[in-house]
Design a protein around this ligand. Structure first.
Ligand SMILES: [Zn+2]
Ligand SMILES: [Zn+2]
Ligand SMILES: [Zn+2]
Length: 349
């Protein structure tokens, strides 16, 4: 997948949340086993506000989009009758079918060659065949066997069978629902993007919120030309309304990219900030300047964040504590809820 397409994914809050979790967890996301729901990804569920199916759906989508790669973590056995993962595995006696089988250790008496279960030797240890006491060096441990507690037959290879604890349903491995469960981690391309620094939406929102503005839902604007234009994100408050577009790539952006954005902002007749990483080339820089565009460029998100914050303060916006107390409580609650997903990708502004 091309970088431009990956950048569109990074603008989604659920994708930002997954990458945050990966960064907080040394880059790997293992499933955690739960007797009710089977393997699941609780951190992802919490961060995106969805159930275990929703979390898996998102991870699979990101795998298909090559944002994430995966590796088999374990196979999950589920009941073919009720779907429960709360399954017991039983070894059965191939003779009588009993699951009541015992592991027994075998001992060989080297002097006479007798081999049998350790219990046959008694205590103290005496060979049941030649009646000689066992002494250090004339016997050896010969491994273990299973013995059926019901029919007393020795078992070399037991049958494997399962039992559903939820509905007490017996089933064989042929009928079992047996599915791979995966560990997820960033693809090399995503890893590169992370190392370069991804411009996520929520740190931008934090900057606007600290200046008394709030995010607006609708970022579509009808242009003077009659074309509907969509910005990445928008904010309103304190008598201001701003839209924000994000350009991020590997190389410096050129005149054409800036011209395209200029055309869009000019047609929309709105105030808009353009965040550009890793920056613009010389021609693009002087073009943006001559068109008086509000561009915050930099090699990494931190630098861009500082520029954006300074630019907004230059517009007369000052740091305002959040007035709406319910919002504040909510922010505080979120902080308490998920302190472990504080990411190092966060901007420090
Ligand atoms: Zn069942
Ligand atoms: Zn048996
Ligand atoms: Zn013996």
């Amino acid at each position: 997948m091309h970088l431009a397409q990956r950048v569109d994914y990074y603008k989604r809050p659920d994708v930002e949340a997954v990458i945050d979790i990966l960064l907080a967890k040394t880059g790997r996301l293992d499933p955690i086993f739960d007797l009710e729901q089977g393997y699941r990804y609780p951190d992802v569920e919490k961060a995106i506000g969805k159930d275990s199916y929703g979390a898996v759906e998102l991870l699979e989508e990101l795998f298909d989009a090559r944002i994430l790669d995966s590796q088999i973590f374990d196979m999950e056995i589920r009941c073919p009758d009720c779907g429960s993962p709360n399954i017991s595995t039983r070894y059965l006696c191939p003779v009588c079918g009993s699951f009541n089988i015992k592991k027994t250790f075998l001992m060989e008496h080297l002097d006479c060659g007798y081999m049998g279960p350790i219990v046959n030797y008694g205590d103290p240890l005496i060979c049941p065949k030649c009646q000689q006491p066992l002494v250090e060096g004339n016997y050896r441990n010969a491994g273990s066997i299973y013995e059926c507690a019901d029919c007393k037959k020795q078992i070399d290879t037991p049958f494997v069978n399962h039992w559903c604890r939820a509905k007490e349903f017996k089933f064989s491995f042929e009928n079992a629902v047996y599915q791979g469960k995966f560990t997820y981690f960033p693809t090399p391309e995503t890893k590169e993007d992370i190392d370069r620094g991804i411009i996520f939406i929520s740190p931008i929102t934090l900057i606007f919120e600290s200046l008394g503005m709030g995010r607006i839902e609708n970022t579509k604007v009808m242009g003077a030309s009659g074309v509907e234009l969509t910005f990445d994100v928008g904010y309103e408050g304190n008598g201001h309304k701003y839209y924000v577009d994000i350009l991020q790539g590997k190389e410096l952006f050129g005149e054409l990219d800036i011209l395209k954005e200029y055309g869009k902002i000019n047609d929309a007749k709105v105030e808009a900030y353009l965040l550009v990483a890793p920056g613009m080339d010389e021609k693009a820089t002087s073009m943006a300047r001559s068109y008086k565009m509000s561009v915050c460029d930099g090699s990494n998100p931190n630098e861009i964040g500082v520029k954006l914050s300074d630019a907004l303060k230059g517009k007369g916006l000052v740091h305002t504590p959040v007035k709406d107390s319910s919002k504040k409580d909510e922010a505080k609650k979120n902080e308490e809820k998920a302190p472990e997903i504080k990411s190092k990708s966060r901007w420090k502004v």
